[in-house]
Each structure stands twice: as structure tokens, then as C-alpha cells.
Design a protein around this ligand. Structure first.
Ligand code: ADP
Length: 396
């Protein structure tokens, strides 16, 4: 059985075709600049040369048509016909309170997704466009929706209700939802497997540190708290997002800098985080290089970032009544020994001891704590596409 996994952004479409008999990725790729000049697809078929296909793509449907043609192309294709695709799994960012697991998409689901647009105005519309494009091009193939928010639907009310007038929750659904759920679920389960323990008896803190970053408290296999909130802006400092700040700063800055709603949204989402503090870049590789060249603000940005992750680890150990394992994943979590060390440093009193030699690892599933460390620290590469494909297979 072959499953196509689709992840649509406003001007991009990422895809993977996975053979679920052996979970092998047959092809993957990225269509960029959809609806903008210079659209192209980078297509990577397994065992064949990568190709770049440059063609105008006015919308996601056109992009998807080109992707399907690439998958069946006689030179760089990987299947004979699109009939071989048994199902399509779609990443959907916001499922609100309606979805606590993946679902087969039908008219009711589409209606519910549209109702969630208010909660994720930047993310849900392209996700919906991706589903509609697939439905038009593959009318008889089942579509599955896999939600970033679903895994966190197990949080207790005490974790997801904001101390605001309760009516705002009732009227608008203002509450913590949390994101990166597919990744937090995947890496917590992988960590339990690696430790040879049943996840139902473990307290795990998962740190998804990429361009967007979030952290989750996973108790007995269920998310009980997470750092992102109503939107992905809350929590950790990120590449360009501020994470937690005093909410009074918003109106203060609007007044001082004469910013309107769009202006302040851009400031908090695009100009803050490690980019804002360092003035160098949102990419941690650039920041780490700048630190090596003696750039103080780059160093400060890393300190601010690590400090925030540390605070959340302490907080989540507190709410779970302890912690058995800490898991690092995503671009930075998987690839930066420096950040992992900075985060774990000073936690020895809690029984967290990183093994500096084992920690010199990039992108490989490994235990990086010492033999004696009471709390195990692991690097687990995330694989959201595989999780989406597994859910898709299970549901069809
Ligand atoms: P997203 O999916 O949120 O865009 P990723 O999980 O791909 O993000 O992570 C991207 C980030 O990971 C980059 O911005 C970069 O800062 C960081 N990163 C990737 N590789 C490395 C590395 N070798 N060293 C340090 N940071 C890295």
C-alpha cells in the first residue's frame, strides 16, 4: 500500500510517497513559490537522480498535478500510475477542539476545518486548499486529516484554560491548543521504545526545537501540557517568534512605535526570537558561527533561548511530579550538541547528567546521558510524515 503525504503552506507543498509495506520513502519533494513568479519543484525519487522542475504554478491544484506527473514520469517517476496511490494523508495545523485524533475527510470534516480558520488564519486555508486539490485530482482516493493539535487534546482543563474571562473561551474558543503534536507523539513513543520501557509508565519531556519550537509534558503517553497556545506564538523563544512575553508589551510597543495590528503581529512573529535578540539571523547555524566570532548579541540570543527551554523543563517536571526522560528533536534539537548541553547544564541536582562524548551526535537516535543519569536524555529525529502515513494506513 502506497500513501502520499501532503503538507501545504501558503505558497508551498511538501510531499512524500511512502510504501507502507516497508515504510520506505519512494519519493519526496517540495513545490515552492506557488502563486508567485519562479515556481519550481524539487523532486527526489529514491534511487534516481534528483530533478528540479521549473513550471508556472498558479495554485496548489496546478502544483499537485505537476507533482503527480513527476511521480509517474518515465524518467524520474517512481510509480506506473496514480492508481497505485491508495490514500493521501494531509497535515492539518489546527483541529480546534473537534479533533483529538486523525480522521477520514468527509463533508462534515471539511466544514469543521473551515470553522477552525479563525484560529489559524495563516495555516488552515492552505491545508484546506491541499485537500481540495487532491479531492479534485483523485476523487476516489480516501483523504485523511492529521492534526498538529490532536495529540494535545488530552491536556487537563487546568493546563489549557487561560486566566482570562471564561466567556472568551466559550465564545471564541480562546484556550491553549498546542502544536507539533504529531512530532511530540512520535518522539515520545520512540524514546520509550529506545529505553525498552512502556510509555504508560513514563514521564517524558519532549523538546521540539526547530525554526518553530515547542516543548511538551508527556505523562503515561498523553500530553498533559505544552508550551504553544492558542497559536504557535506562545512558549519558547524561536527563530523569529517571541514566545512568552509580558502581554502588556503589545500595547506599549503599539503606542510607542505607532504600530497597527498587522505591524505588531509582524514584530512578534517575524522580527523577534533569536533573530530579534541577535540581529544576526533566525538560523541557529548562523548564530552559532557568530558566537564563535565573538558576537555578544548572538551569544545572548542563545542564552535567552536555552534559558527558556530550561525553565519549561523545570516547570514540566514540577507538574508531572518528576521526569524520566528528556527528548531533543527537530532541526536544532537533533543537530546542536551545544544547545543540548546548555539546556541540561545545572540540572544535575535533578538527576540529569549529559555525557559530553555521546552528546557529540547529529541527527541520530541516541541516548546522550551518562549511564548513571537518573533522567535519560535522548536525541530522536522526528518523522512527522511517517506518523501521518501510519495514521492514514490505519484509517483506510
Ligand atoms: P522547521 O520545520 O520549523 O522549519 P526544522 O526542524 O527544519 O524547522 O529546523 C530548522 C532549524 O534547525 C534551522 O533554522 C536551524 O536553526 C536549525 N539547524 C539545522 N541544522 C542545524 C545544525 N547542524 N546546527 C545547528 N542548528 C541547526
Amino acid at each position: 500500500m502506497k500513501v502520499l503525504v501532503i503538507n501545504c503552506g501558503s505558497s508551498s507543498l511538501k510531499y512524500q510517497l511512502i510504501d507502507m509495506n516497508n515504510e520506505e520513502v519512494l519519493a519526496k519533494g517540495l513545490a515552492e513559490r506557488i502563486g508567485i513568479d519562479g515556481s519550481k519543484i524539487k523532486h527526489k525519487p529514491s534511487g534516481k537522480e534528483d530533478v528540479v522542475i521549473e513550471k508556472p504554478m498558479s495554485n496548489h491544484k496546478v502544483a499537485l498535478e505537476i507533482v503527480i506527473n513527476a511521480l509517474v514520469d518515465e524518467n524520474y517517476g517512481i510509480i506506473q500510475s496514480m492508481d497505485e496511490i491508495s490514500a493521501v494523508g494531509h497535515r492539518v495545523v489546527h483541529g480546534g477542539e473537534k479533533f483529538s485524533g486523525s480522521v477520514v475527510v468527509n463533508d462534515d470534516v471539511m466544514k469543521a476545518l473551515r470553522e477552525c480558520i479563525d484560529l489559524a488564519p495563516l495555516h488552515n486555508p492552505p491545508n484546506i486548499m491541499g485537500i481540495e486539490a487532491c479531492q479534485e485530482l483523485m476523487p476516489n482516493v480516501p483523504m485523511i486529516g492529521v492534526f498538529d493539535t490532536a495529540f494535545h487534546q488530552t491536556m487537563p482543563k487546568s493546563a489549557y484554560i487561560y486566566p482570562l474571562p471564561y466567556e472568551l473561551y466559550e465564545k471564541y474558543g480562546i484556550r491553549r491548543y498546542g502544536f507539533h503534536g504529531t512530532s511530540h507523539k512520535y518522539v515520545s513513543n520512540k524514546a520509550a521504545e529506545k529505553l525498552g520501557k512502556n510509555i504508560e509508565n513514563l514521564k517524558i519531556i519532549t523538546c521540539h526545537l526547530g525554526n518553530g519550537a515547542s516543548i511538551a509534558a508527556v505523562k503515561n503517553g498523553e500530553s498533559v501540557d505544552t508550551s504553544m497556545g492558542l497559536t504557535p506564538l506562545e512558549g519558547l523563544a524561536m527563530g523569529t517568534r517571541c514566545g512568552d512575553i509580558d502581554p502588556a508589551i503589545v500595547t506599549f510597543v503599539m503606542e510607542k512605535e505607532n504600530l497597527d495590528i498587522n505591524g505588531v503581529n509582524t514584530l512578534l512573529n517575524k522580527k523577534s526570537g533569536v533573530l530579534g535578540v541577535s540581529g544576526v539571523s533566525s538560523d541557529f547555524r548562523d548564530i552559532e558561527s557568530a558566537v564563535k566570532e565573538g558576537n555578544d548579541r548572538a551569544e545572548l540570543a542563545l542564552d535567552v533561548f536555552a534559558n527558556r527551554v530550561k525553565k519549561y523543563i523545570g516547570a514540566y517536571a514540577a507538574i508531572m511530579g518528576g521526569v524520566d526522560a528528556i527528548v531533543f528533536t527537530a532541526g536544532l534539537g537533533e543537530n546542536s550538541p551545544e544547545i543540548r548541553e546548555a539546556v541540561c547544564e545545572g540540572f544535575e541536582y535533578m538527576g540529569i547528567e549529559i555525557d559530553r562524548t555521546a552528546n557529540k551526535v547529529r541527527g541520530k537516535e541516541t541516548i546522550v546521558s551518562t549511564e548513571d543519569s537518573k533522567v535519560k536524555v535522548l536525541v530522536v529525529p522526528t518523522n512527522e510524515e511517517l506518523m501521518i502515513a501510519r495514521d492514514t494506513k490505519e484509517l483506510v
